[in-house]
Each structure stands twice: as structure tokens, then as C-alpha cells.
Design a protein around this ligand. Structure first.
Ligand code: NI
Length: 177
């Protein structure tokens, strides 16, 4: 079990260019295990590799969010691509582990289908609705460096930046002996 630190905005690594996974190596398997541990520890619905500073195109979605049982392992999406998005949309508040305690209303397709590879190297497709579809779109955005803050206007952008800066300073203060 290895929980990795989650990068918080404005860490520039959240905008780094991501790379396709060409082979499922032991390093990839251990990255995925760490992502699962990190997501679980942070109580997240999903996590992208880029959020722990890894450039690989990988994200995980919580099993319950993906329509499975709570105790199942998270669903792993490697080199995911959106195969289809419904025209029907839904606007709901969305959070992100890289923006603690920040919620932004975002309009998303109500249903989404993603094609990806699993840890055995098998290609699969999965379709989701509501929160699952939202997670697929949100995590997919991470792989192109698109973040929550890109969906808001200039005023709210400033507020978010200020709040995260204040939180980071407070965290620094409380770390001091
Ligand atoms: Ni996120």
C-alpha cells in the first residue's frame, strides 16, 4: 500500500503532456495500485495518474461510481478515449482531489462511452450515466490538462486561486515545529 501525495492546483505538473501506455509493465501495475490506494485514502470518486505527477494516460474510477459493488477494486482505464457522448446534458457541482473543498457547476453529457485498455492489455468499452459519465469526462479532461478552474469565469477563477493559496500557506504553517 502506497499513498502518493496528490498534486494541488496550481502545480504545473497537472498540465504536463501525457503519454500513451505502450506496455503493461510492473511499473504500470504498481502505479495503478498506488493510484487505487491514493484515491481510497482521499475518498475520491476517481483519480488520474497525472494527479500524482505521472504522465501516463491512466485513470481510475471508484467501483461503486462505475455501477459495481463498493468493495470491488476501482475500474482501471488505460489510454482511454471517449467513444461517444450524449447530446443530452446535465449541470452539476463537480469536485476534484487537486482542488480541495472547491465545487464548480459544470455542464456535462448525461451519458458517455469510453474505450480503454485494462491491466491485462485487453481493450474494453464502458458506458455510464450521471455521476459515472461525469467521472469519465472529468478524468478524461485530466489527461489533456483540462482542470475545474478552466470552466469558470475570471472572478471565480481569482477566488479559487486565492483560496488554494491561503490553504497551502496554512498547511505550511501547521507543518512548522
Ligand atoms: Ni480531478
Amino acid at each position: 500500500m502506497a499513498v502518493r501525495p496528490i498534486l494541488k492546483f496550481p502545480d504545473p505538473l497537472l498540465r504536463q503532456e501525457t503519454v500513451k501506455v505502450t506496455e503493461i509493465t510492473d511499473d504500470i501495475r504498481s502505479l495503478v495500485q498506488d493510484l487505487a490506494d491514493t484515491m481510497f485514502a482521499a475518498n475520491g470518486a476517481g483519480i488520474a495518474a497525472v494527479q500524482v505527477g505521472a504522465p501516463e494516460r491512466i485513470y481510475l474510477v471508484d467501483a461503486a461510481v462505475a455501477g459495481g459493488h463498493e468493495e470491488d477494486p476501482p475500474v482501471v482505464f488505460i489510454n482511454p478515449e471517449i467513444a461517444w457522448l450524449s447530446d443530452e446534458t446535465e449541470t452539476k457541482d463537480e469536485g476534484c482531489l487537486s482542488f480541495p473543498a472547491i465545487f464548480v457547476p459544470i455542464k456535462r453529457s448525461l451519458r458517455a462511452r469510453v474505450r480503454a485498455m485494462d491491466l491485462k492489455g485487453q481493450v474494453f468499452e464502458m458506458e455510464g450515466e450521471g455521476l459515472f459519465a461525469r467521472a469519465l469526462q472529468h478524468e478524461g479532461d485530466h489527461l489533456t490538462g483540462r482542470l475545474l478552474i478552466d470552466f469558470v469565469g475570471p472572478l471565480k477563477k481569482e477566488l479559487i486561486k486565492r483560496k488554494l493559496k491561503r490553504d497551502a500557506l496554512e498547511a505550511q504553517d501547521s507543518d512548522r515545529p
